[in-house]
Design a protein around this ligand. Structure first.
Ligand code: GDP
Length: 479
């Protein structure tokens, strides 16, 4: 409830330090924030793995697990027990409480990790894009079971497509959980076989060997997840990191505090009286109570109201809180929000009807570009038909999408060097890199990737499949 600013600290780090910024305001410094996306073929064990990890870390109450245990036994589906921990989010998603990609939080030694759960089914790719556009690092889950790894990896499986998609969105840090090792008797030979086969593919896809770590584990038995392995069959040949160590070793994104303000709105809530609140992540810059900001693409000015400025601890938690009257928030309002924070804030001097998910609050003097034409360097996936001029697409960017058309094929590029191989090609075939021009049906807020990484990633979909992903190289065509 917005009127009584208190927050549930259960999932929040109590270990934050207070510092004074240069204007004397007290600011909380938390552990480094890391957004992690979980990818992999359907049934690789993503939900089980993460559900079990959260349980081991104490984020799932014994009572909840007992309830699931009871229900899953009744249905004869005990093996789904831990997956239900995450599926609870899916249920809430259906009720419209949470966002498309469920958010869950946990801590490692040095990080506050927000988990972006990506369902593995083909239909869920658009949700995964939303998650991927926010991610700092990726955990790819593969099934070690004989024949299953091969199914997920070969043509038609999602292992390759997900890994390519993530890489083409500029995410370079990758953990590979070689899951279900219990089904292959913890075989070192099988682990090495998968590591070699997948490693080669990942290298070709542009991942650096030093940025990829393979971990043998079992989501079902919990082996090698939160603590180092115990299983003798595994420890006889493995003494590397557990899953948590790998997550902890991911480098946090740079908090671009000194860049101009960009707050991407992901939700709008009506609050008491005539007020309304927006929810979103500060990608760059900082925001203070009383600040005047520009709302783009509308190009209108609004002011940050003082009463309702919350730093987001757990997006899911707060969204649940906002939507129900039973839970209370016990965090005090914050005077300042910094790049990397998810916040809820109330605006004044602005009409709530005209603001929507996809709008961006920004610096008045250095606003985010608004454009209906852009150029992007894209990787074309394993598509059935080549991309030609006039191709109708849906452009996914940040957490939004817009219908668009490929208006020009500017060049085909060399996969590794990025050099132009052919200018103005007639078509762009599968598995190639290209520079293209896109015209949108209406103006959107978007950045050039080299200026602001998170806001310069795009995905192209057509006929229900993802055909390409890439980075924005040019937005301003008048200069
Ligand atoms: P997702 O589609 O990737 O989220 O996969 P799920 O987590 O739903 O798991 C799919 C199936 O694999 C379920 O029956 C799980 O119980 C099972 N499973 C998951 N992890 C393991 C594991 O480590 N070992 C074994 N034997 N089965 C697992």
């Amino acid at each position: 409830r917005l009127g009584s600013p208190r927050v549930d600290r259960k999932l929040n780090s109590p270990k934050s330090n207070k510092v004074r910024d240069n204007q004397g305001l007290s600011t909380s410094i938390h552990k480094d924030q890391l957004y992690l996306i979980i990818i992999g073929h359907v049934d690789a064990g993503k939900s089980t793995l993460m559900g079990h990890l959260l349980y081991k870390l104490g984020h799932v109450q014994q009572r909840t697990i007992q309830k699931y245990e009871h229900e899953s036994r009744k249905l004869g589906k005990q093996s789904f027990l831990y997956a239900w921990v995450l599926d609870e989010t899916a249920e809430e998603r259906n009720r419209g409480i949470t966002m498309d990609v469920g958010h869950l939080k946990f801590e490692t030694r040095t990080k506050d990790v927000t988990l972006l759960d990506a369902p593995g089914h083909k239909d869920f790719i658009p949700n995964m894009i939303t998650g991927a556009s926010q991610a700092d690092a990726t955990m790819l889950v593969v099934d070690a079971t004989k024949g299953e790894f091969e199914t997920g990896f070969d043509s038609g499986g999602q292992t390759r497509e997900h890994a390519l998609l993530i890489r083409s969105l500029g995410i370079t840090q990758l953990g590979v959980a070689v899951n279900k090792m219990d089904t292959v008797n913890w075989s070192e030979e099988r682990f090495e076989e998968i590591k070699t086969k997948l490693g080669l593919f990942l290298k070709q896809a542009g991942y650096k060997e030093s940025d990829v770590t393979f971990v043998p584990c079992s989501g079902l038995s919990g082996e090698n997840l939160a603590t180092k392995a115990n299983e003798a069959l595994l420890t006889s040949w493995y003494n590397g990191p557990c899953l948590m160590d790998v997550i902890d070793s991911f480098k946090p994104p740079e908090r671009a505090i000194s860049k101009p303000l960009r707050l991407c709105i992901s939700d709008v809530f009506k609050s008491s009286g005539s007020g309304f609140s927006i929810v979103g992540r500060i990608e760059t810059g900082q925001l203070r109570v009383g600040d005047k900001v520009l709302v783009q693409p509308q190009g209108e000015v609004a002011q940050i109201k003082s009463e309702y400025f919350f730093k987001f601890i757990t997006l899911k938690k707060i969204l649940t809180t906002l939507c129900s009257s039973g839970i209370e928030i016990d965090e005090l309002p914050q005077p300042i929000g910094l790049a990397g924070d998810f916040i809820s804030v109330s605006l004044s001097g602005y009409d709530a009807q005209t603001i929507y998910s996809g709008c961006v609050l920004c610096d008045i003097s250095l606003p985010i570009p608004v454009t209906s034409v852009l150029e992007a360097r894209v990787v074309v996936f394993n598509v059935d038909f080549p991309i030609v001029r006039g191709h109708q697409i849906v452009l996914h960017y940040q957490s939004s999408s817009e219908s668009a058309v490929v208006s020009r094929l500017l060049a085909e590029l060399n996969k590794s060097t990025g050099e132009v191989i052919k200018k103005n090609p007639r078509m762009i075939k599968k598995n190639t890199h290209a520079l293209i021009k896109i015209n949108l049906s209406r103006p959107i807020c978007i950045e050039v990737y080299s200026d602001i990484r998170q806001l310069g990633r795009v995905m192209l979909r057509s006929g229900g499949t993802t055909i390409a992903a890439g980075l924005v190289t040019k937005v301003n065509f008048n200069k």
